[in-house]
Write a protein that binds this ligand. Structure first.
Ligand SMILES: *Cc1c(COP(=O)(O)O)cnc(C)c1O
Length: 384
């Protein structure tokens, strides 16, 4: 016997790890730095690391109190009711929960291209189909309601990523409101704010709750994660903030105890560790400014903890950088075969990445793309 027909399903391509690369190349792991998965260069919140150690002896129990306490802490942070917070196994788990709650078989979701692969994968798991709207490279991947509405055809869920992975662009709350306003009553606008902490933008939770001059809406949900700014990618903790009207659904769709005891305890410690987040955000801002300034090819403006650089042949450039000890993300699997994404590292890591990339561009004779904002945007051609 066989599993069901999975020919439409594709495997998720994660950024490559140091151990994996070192083993493959027969080299010592200490020769490498990894700037491929938007991880936190300062590690986890120290308070979270302590909490994880202290929790070790109680992991024989199912997480009940910790789950409830973290839900309340997250709800307090956003000023929403506890039942509006759907804790999950990473932000990815929250994507699944929103799909479980929203999709009937053969419902469609509308996702950005280039974009994060898991929206489409998750929709297919839940027997949904996937359509795409394009973020145009010629427009620097700007995110506007009209461009999405042009291709919108009654999909049940529309995914927005703000800041967007891998381009770093954002969408204003006014544009998100326009989009929600312009779509059917039964279309959920899901705003993935995995990188929200790094951006100079307010959260779309304001649209759900009707704050800052917006009317409250029941067709917007927000996704957040502890993986990036909080440095807890390895514990797998994220959540959705949903309208009060959606509150009942969680109990019916969640995998029991989806956020582990370790994850909940780590999250409780991390959510109060503002200093760690502040330092992380500051490092990312400095790093992305440095990369934009010093990389010898076009680097897009980014509100995330990464930048996207136009390098011609992304696979050749990322392979060669890896050979020289710097692991970055080849964006071919995101639908951008001419670009690499580089995570903001510490100052030292960032400098090494920039120097290595510039050397590789030089050695591979990559035609540099315009680097300045003031230059003619038409000069920015498609990948050779
Ligand atoms: C990292 C990321 C997530 C969530 O990742 P988790 O580790 O599952 O929390 C969600 N969306 C985007 C765009 C991301 O880059």
């Amino acid at each position: 016997m066989q599993p069901r027909d999975l020919s439409d399903h594709v495997a998720y391509e994660a950024g490559r790890g140091i151990e994996e690369v070192a083993r493959e190349l027969g080299r010592d792991p200490s020769e490498f730095i990894k700037l491929a998965s938007n991880e936190n260069p300062h590690g986890p919140s120290p308070a979270a690391a302590v909490a994880i150690r202290e929790t070790a002896s109680s992991v024989s129990s199912y997480p009940k109190a910790a789950h409830a306490d973290l839900t309340t802490a997250v709800a307090d942070r956003w000023g929403v009711g506890d039942e509006q917070v759907w804790l999950a196994n990473g932000g990815d788990g929250a994507i699944d929960y929103l799909h479980r709650a929203a999709l009937e078989p053969a419902d469609d979701v509308l996702v950005p291209t280039p974009g994060f692969a898991y929206y489409g994968m998750s929709s297919r798991f839940h027997h949904g189909d996937v359509r795409e709207y394009e973020l145009s490279r010629a427009a620097d991947f700007a995110q506007e309601a009209d461009a999405v509405l042009d291709v919108y055809d009654g999909e049940r869920v529309i995914w927005l990523t703000s800041p967007h992975n891998p381009t770093g662009s954002t969408m204003s709350l006014t544009e998100i409101e326009c989009l929600a306003e312009g779509t059917d009553e039964d279309t959920l606008v899901a705003v993935d704010e995995a990188y929200g902490e790094f951006a100079d933008r307010d959260s779309a939770v304001a649209l759900i709750e009707g704050r800052d001059g917006f009317d409250a809406r029941d067709d917007v949900a927000v996704l957040r994660t502890f993986s990036k700014a909080y440095g807890l990618a390895g514990v797998r903790l994220g959540y959705a903030v949903v309208p009060a009207e959606w509150a009942d659904a969680y109990a019916r769709v969640n995998t029991p105890f989806a956020a582990s005891e370790l994850a909940c305890r780590a999250g409780l410690a991390a959510i109060d560790d503002d200093e760690h987040v502040r330092r992380t955000v500051e490092t990312a801002r400095e790093s992305r400014a440095y990369m934009r300034e010093n990389i010898d090819t076009h680097v897009w403006e980014s509100e995330g903890n990464f930048v996207l650089a136009a390098v011609g042949d992304a696979t050749a450039v990322s392979d060669e950088m890896q050979e020289r000890g710097v692991i970055v993300r080849d964006c071919s699997s995101f639908g951008l075969p001419g670009c690499v994404r580089i995570t903001c590292g510490t100052e030292e890591e960032t400098e090494r990445a920039v120097e290595t990339l510039n050397d590789v561009l030089d050695d591979l004779d990559v035609e540099p793309e315009s680097t300045g904002e003031s230059e003619d945007p038409d000069a920015e051609v498609a990948d050779p």
